[in-house]
Design a protein around this ligand. Structure first.
Ligand SMILES: *Cc1c(COP(=O)(O)O)cnc(C)c1O
Length: 374
């Protein structure tokens, strides 16, 4: 048995790129080089002038193309990331009562925002144990259904479909899913995300793909007597987005890196290409875990296993935390599980920017480490 500190994984086994974190996630070198190439004319210039506004326009048009948005759908953006968008949604998307599917840390957080909002009724909550997901149930008193495309804390993904017979808006937290999982725009009214996951950019921004019904909801609530802080005002965000601007100063590098990733997806075939890369990585990871003598997929139902975030349980003979530590010492980072889930597992991002060959190399690296430990 070798001491954990001495385990040195040979170069020919290690992944070429060691970043497998759930977010901020791996940024491709091409994105950074594109930013550097524009550095002197783009960075450090006004977000109210055409250089930056055109880049924002590129992001909005690129997302419209990537998701094949129907006429009337609009791309909104603002500062503050998804966590900020949840608060904005309590002001300008939920009219009086929402229904939430809780199946992990992130889906529960939006529920808490709504529950604490004094101007809203208590939400309906449908929960499921971590590792599975619940199903929405149409209800006439619900004006917004809050779904989560990919629960990043557990590695569970759900298909996005409107609850049968529902009339409320369908709002989807797609923070880690967007760009890596397939979705049909007719099934949502608001598909919102942040760029530091499948889009391989940096944090601090939110983006929302909004249907005409969602735009109408924003406009009617903004015209109502509900007091709304300007930072959470989605009508202000809508008006600024239409001008390819944000309400206050955005991080310019974030927008540039995001634009490069969207272009890379679109130039190579769009969502089929980007989701296809995550599919390839997921096929490798889950088949490795299923055939492993010590590892197994945490999510039991193969249809619910996320193709962008894989959670792999280890049996008692292997200490996942020790493996994650040795991986880190060998330059393979951020495979630690979601802290509050508290399982003996690794969590591995398989966003489109992550090379499927590197996921295969990661599996071989884990096997190398486990055999060296035993
Ligand atoms: C990362 C994540 C968030 C939080 O995003 P921030 O931009 O950090 O606010 C919310 N929901 C899901 C599903 C996530 O993966």
């Amino acid at each position: 048995m070798s001491s954990a500190d001495n385990i040195k994984v040979p170069e020919n086994i290690l992944p070429a790129d060691g970043r497998f974190g759930a977010g901020p996630s791996k940024v491709r070198r091409d994105q950074l080089e594109a930013l550097l190439a524009d550095g002197d004319t783009y960075m450090g210039t006004s977000h109210r002038q055409s250089t930056v506004k055109n880049k924002v326009g590129e992001v909005r048009d690129g997302l419209r193309q990537l998701f094949s948005l129907p006429d009337g759908y609009e791309v909104l953006l603002g500062n503050g990331g998804t966590t900020c968008f949840w608060d904005a949604a309590t002001f300008h998307l939920v009219e009086s009562q929402s229904q939430h599917l809780n199946f992990g840390e992130f889906s529960s957080k939006f529920t808490t925002c709504v529950t604490e909002a004094p101007h809203l009724n208590n939400p309906q909550v449908i929960s499921a144990a971590p590792g599975t997901h619940p199903v929405a149930v149409a209800d006439d008193s619900v004006d917004l259904y809050a779904l989560t495309h990919n629960e990043t804390s557990t590695g569970v993904a759900m298909q996005i479909v409107r609850p049968a017979g529902s009339t409320g808006l369908v709002a989807v937290d797609a923070t880690s899913a967007a760009g890596g999982l397939r979705v049909e725009p007719s099934q949502f009214d608001c598909y919102y995300f942040a760029p530091q996951k499948s889009f391989a950019s940096d944090g601090g921004l939110w983006l929302a793909l909004c249907s005409p019904a969602a735009i109408e909801r924003i406009e009617s609530l903004a015209a109502s007597d509900r007091w709304t802080p300007a930072f959470f005002d989605l009508k202000i965000a809508l008006d600024n987005s239409r001008q390819n601007q944000t309400y206050n100063t955005p991080a310019l590098a974030t927008i540039h890196l995001l634009a490069s990733q969207i272009k890379w997806f679109n130039d190579n075939g769009g969502l089929e290409f980007s989701a296809g890369r995550s599919d390839a990585s997921a096929a490798t990871l889950y088949s490795w875990a299923e055939s492993s003598s010590y590892a197994s997929p945490f999510v039991q139902n193969p249809a619910e296993r996320s193709h962008v975030i894989g959670t792999i349980d280890f049996d008692d003979s292997v200490d996942a935390a020790a493996v994650a530590k040795i991986l880190r010492a060998n330059g393979v980072v951020d495979t630690e599980p979601y802290r509050k889930l508290g399982r003996n597992q690794l969590r591995i991002a398989m966003f489109p920017g992550i090379d499927p060959d590197d996921v295969a190399a990661l599996c071989a690296t884990i096997d190398f480490i486990v055999s060296a430990l035993n």
